[in-house]
Design a protein around this ligand. Structure first.
Ligand code: ATP
Ligand code: MG
Length: 326
């Protein structure tokens, strides 16, 4: 199951992503955690110290390896150079699974030990001085999109993505890659306006969106979110002393998280699992092709000097039943 946390800057995307990841790990579920924000904070929120966070390999720096692995023997993709962030898989492509090893995980994922189990963490990579003023930003976050488009995840397997604050994900197809998107909103006008904007984009693509209120302090906050988000409001999280202690570098056992906040995480888990039966791999594949053709026309063809529409394998549908290539 693929899950994104989005919302206004500072709303609590990273905090709630990390709590949900801890919750899933404690439940014994296999988890791939992805920090898709160029301001990397997910590692720290999962308890890594500064040196450990800094040592995480960046997806953005392993693009040639990722592309070469994923294209496999797909005859429609002549070289890694012509593979862009939206290039869809086809016959011969290699797919990623949540469990098991592969060269992409070997190069780019690191295990993080949490109460109850270990998760895999992958990070986009920080913004370096060399990136300023050039288009690398998009190629960096593009690595995540490429991986998601080649990933086949089953029930009870989870990919949790901490997304960037801005609306960059709309330019590509990134925002359509999830079974469920959690919009983290503080009970403020700004928090809610990001929700409205996201919902508008999401509507046209059938993106499943739920609002998770954060830093909710009392009945007035709750009423406000209910009034603004209606049925889209799934649950709320209050101020957490557990989170505060963690941020002081004194992480308590996860079992000591406040009951109300644990209930909120359970609600998230239940909502995610309920989307499994709604999955439509044909639509999922169709959407990645749609965004690929759009990106090909707007910049990809020119950039690569190739007709990238030819990369689309018309008979290919991604799906849980697909056999892993030898
Ligand atoms: N429920 C909470 N209880 C206590 N502190 C919280 C809670 N939610 C968020 N915070 C704190 O608020 C700050 C911002 O949260 P966080 O970094 O998760 O937001 P973000 O949406 O990921 O921000 P950015 O847009 O910068 O990535 C952090 O210091 C975090 O610890
Ligand atoms: Mg963040």
């Amino acid at each position: 199951m693929k899950i994104a946390f989005v919302g206004k800057g500072g709303s609590g995307k990273t905090t709630l992503s990390s709590l949900f990841i801890r919750h899933l790990a404690a439940a014994g579920a296999p988890v791939v955690a992805i920090d898709a924000d160029i301001n990397q904070h997910l590692g720290a929120a999962l308890g890594l110290d500064e040196a450990e966070s800094a040592a995480l390999p960046a997806l953005g720096e392993h693009l040639p390896l990722i592309k070469d692995h994923l294209r496999g023997s797909n005859p429609r993709i002549a070289s890694a150079e012509t593979m862009i962030k939206t290039t869809p898989p086809g016959e011969g492509s290699r797919l990623l699974r949540v469990r098991g090893d592969n060269p992409v995980y070997d190069a780019c994922a690191r295990p993080v030990e949490l109460d109850g189990g270990s998760v895999r963490l992958m990070v986009t990579g920080p913004f370096t001085d060399a990136d300023l003023g050039v288009a690398c930003y998009h190629s960096k976050t593009g690595a995540v999109e490429l991986c998601l488009n080649h990933l086949v995840d089953g029930r009870d397997e989870y990919v949790v993505v901490d997304m960037t604050a801005g609306s960059d994900s709309f330019a590509s197809g990134m925002f359509t890659r999830f079974d469920l998107t959690f919009l983290v909103a503080e009970p403020t006008r700004k928090g809610v306006s990001v929700y409205r904007q996201y919902k508008e984009y999401a509507r046209d693509f059938g993106v499943a969106l739920k609002v998770v209120g954060n830093k909710v302090q009392g009945p007035d906050d709750l009423d406000y979110l209910r009034e603004q988000a209606g049925d889209d409001l799934l649950t709320t999280v209050g101020h957490s002393d557990w989170v505060r202690a963690m941020e002081k570098g004194r992480p308590p056992r996860f079992g000591l998280l406040e009951d109300a906040n644990r209930d909120a995480l359970r609600a998230l888990h239940t909502a995610v699992d309920a989307t499994h039966e709604l999955r439509d791999w044909e639509r999922y594949t169709h959407q990645m092709v749609h965004f690929h053709l759009k990106n090909a026309r707007s910049w990809g063809n020119e950039r690569t000097g190739a007709d990238l529409a030819a990369q689309v394998d018309p008979g290919f549908v991604l799906g849980e039943g697909i056999a892993a290539p030898a």
